[in-house]
Design a protein. Structure first.
Length: 149
């Protein structure tokens, strides 16, 4: 194999990605806030720009599968409309890197782990379409730039 274009699905799934930090739009000031895991299983959403803080207890209900924070239901920071009305979204930088790696790869290899429902296996068809590749990569770049300040 010649390196550079092969992407191996690291078996990450949405739950695992969301166990780390999640970037959200601050409900008070609209700038970038972060939802972080707390010892004991709860979550804490905090905005460094305006001082907004809210906490969720361990075991609180969560919502999955759209461009919102599963714990606090605030809009994700990493969200971009592309490819005719679809929304590209990511919880955090690692998630964005995964999407980037998947879409940018010429060869793809499905991880073969238990469960089989990895992030990559579950990506919507529009994200897997070759004709959308360039536009998706541009959207990923745009989102990556919002993490630089
Ligand atoms: Zn704020």
């Amino acid at each position: 194999m010649t390196g550079g274009h092969r992407f191996q699905d690291p078996l990450a799934d949405l739950y695992e990605l969301a166990a780390g930090d999640i970037l959200v739009v601050c409900p008070r000031c609209g700038r970038r806030a972060v939802d972080v895991p707390r010892p004991g299983g709860g979550r804490r959403l905090a905005c460094a720009a305006c001082g907004y803080v809210v906490e969720a207890q361990a075991g609180a209900s969560s919502v999955w599968g759209g461009p919102v924070d599963p714990y606090f239901r605030e809009p994700l920071w990493l969200r971009a409309e592309c490819c005719g009305g679809h929304v590209l979204w990511a919880f955090n930088r690692r998630h964005l890197d995964l999407l980037d790696g998947y879409v940018g790869a010429r060869l793809r290899e499905r991880g073969d782990g238990p469960g089989g429902m990895t992030l990559v296996a579950r990506l919507p068809a529009w994200m897997k379409a070759a004709k959308h590749r360039a536009e998706i990569l541009r959207a990923v770049d745009r989102l990556r730039r919002t993490l630089e300040d």
